[in-house]
Design a binder for this molecule. Structure first.
Ligand SMILES: [Zn+2]
Ligand SMILES: [Zn+2]
Length: 174
């Protein structure tokens, strides 16, 4: 069983190339990047000028192949759900699909110079977080744990890309 990464719309290919080996190590599964991508235009809502993440998650379902352990979509577009201004990502609790957006993880979004390393680390943390939700993990009180909730990018920067011991124990039965 593999962890599959699916580009949602146009995405800098280098991002997924770096993300795949890091996630493979953390979740101890082979991780592959899909060659095709999913065009998210169907989920664009003009009144919000954003993409409805739950609609993308639903469409990802048809990209889940039999050898797929979890499917993580990664997108450059801005995601929302109706009750929130934006979301960094969303996941199906218990699986199989999760989704993360790089849009608000870029330093440029905050008027700062492009920093590929900061972007890489933030995407990794959010990817671990959403995959954690697909593994039935809920939010964690340990602010350094990848499962800590993040409503602003500063919170993401405070946490680690790793799961805390208690979250790890729930995912891995060693
Ligand atoms: Zn969460
Ligand atoms: Zn935790």
């Amino acid at each position: 069983m593999n962890l599959h990464l699916l580009p949602i719309g146009d995405l800098d290919g280098g991002l997924l190339g770096k993300l795949a080996p890091a996630l493979a190590e953390i979740f101890r599964v082979p991780c592959t990047v899909a060659h095709r991508c999913l065009n998210p235009e169907f989920a664009y809502h003009r009144e919000r000028q954003q993409y409805y993440s739950s609609e993308i998650l639903q469409a990802m379902q048809s990209h889940v192949s039999p050898d797929c352990w979890r499917l993580l979509g990664v997108t450059a577009v801005d995601l929302y759900i109706p009750i929130l201004t934006f979301v960094f990502g969303e996941a199906q609790i218990g699986g199989p699909c999760g989704l993360v957006s790089a849009y608000r993880l870029r330093q440029e979004f905050y008027g700062l110079p492009h920093d590929p390393e900061i972007l890489r680390v933030r995407i990794l943390k959010e990817a671990v977080h959403e995959i954690g939700h697909t593994l039935d993990l809920s939010h964690c009180d340990d602010y350094q744990c990848a499962m800590a909730p993040s409503h602003a990018v500063e919170w993401i920067d405070l946490k680690e890309h790793a799961l805390c011991d208690s979250c790890r124990a729930r995912v891995f039965v060693d």
